[in-house]
Write a protein that binds this ligand. Structure first.
Ligand code: ITT
Length: 206
């Protein structure tokens, strides 16, 4: 029987990206809304790794399925790494992506001489129900633009400028982000890790 892998995210931007990044996996990929789960888990850890593990373990134990979760965010050097693990909540409850990236732009506007270097980080955790959990990470370097540009992607993509492409992530053609993003790097490594975890688990079941 084909095993199911639950991709545990409520973020529609991540769902879109994982639909491509997990294509061709020898597992039946399913999603939180497909299995009828709307509840969220409080992200109480102070590292991406800690929160990715917390999410993967939580949904694996809730569903009994192998579970893939990511914790990710933007680190701006001049803001001492903020918004970091708080990226999703940076402008408080009920705020929009635009509220959050405008807050970052406002904070940098108050530091006109500061460097605008930044990076996205993503940590993917894969949890076996009642068993092992492991992680892999990815990063993408860039600089914070002075104004938002582009309409693709999600989150902070409109203000994340990549000098090599002379474009923000939100201006890139669809599909290009998935060839080089922090999430693409973490996902490629985590796919390999998942293969090893599955063969170890199957070996143990014989
Ligand atoms: P789940 O926990 O349900 O997966 P979330 O949005 O709460 O969804 P995170 O806690 O990992 O996920 O927060 C990630 C935030 O970081 C996300 O909401 C964006 O604001 C930002 N972010 C992460 N990856 C991004 C990307 O590729 N492009 C733009 N912004 C990104």
């Amino acid at each position: 029987m084909t095993r199911r892998l639950l991709v545990a995210t409520h973020n529609p931007g991540k769902v879109t990206e994982y639909k491509s990044l997990l294509a061709g996996l020898h597992l039946a990929v399913t999603w939180l809304d497909e299995v009828g789960i709307s509840e969220d888990v409080e992200e109480t850890e102070d590292t991406f790794e800690g929160n990715a593990i917390l999410k993967a373990r939580y949904y694996a134990s809730l569903t009994g399925l192998w579970t893939w979760a990511d914790d990710s965010g933007l680190e701006v050097d001049a803001l001492d790494g903020r918004p970091g693990v708080l990226s999703a909540r940076y402008a408080g409850e009920g705020a929009t992506d635009a509220d959050r990236y405008r807050k970052v732009l406002g904070e940098l506007a108050a530091l006109p001489d500061a460097p605008r270097t930044a990076r996205f980080r993503c940590v993917v955790a894969v949890a076996q129900p009642g068993g092992k959990v492991d992680t892999r990470d990815g990063t993408l370097e860039g600089v914070i633009a002075h104004e938002p540009k582009g309409s693709h992607g999600f989150g902070y993509d409109p203000i994340f400028y990549i000098p090599g492409f002379q474009a923000t992530l939100a201006e890139l053609e669809r599909g290009v982000k998935n060839e080089m993003s922090h999430r693409a790097e973490a996902a490629a490594k985590a796919r390999e890790m998942l293969g090893v975890m599955l063969s170890e688990a199957e070996g143990g079941e014989e």
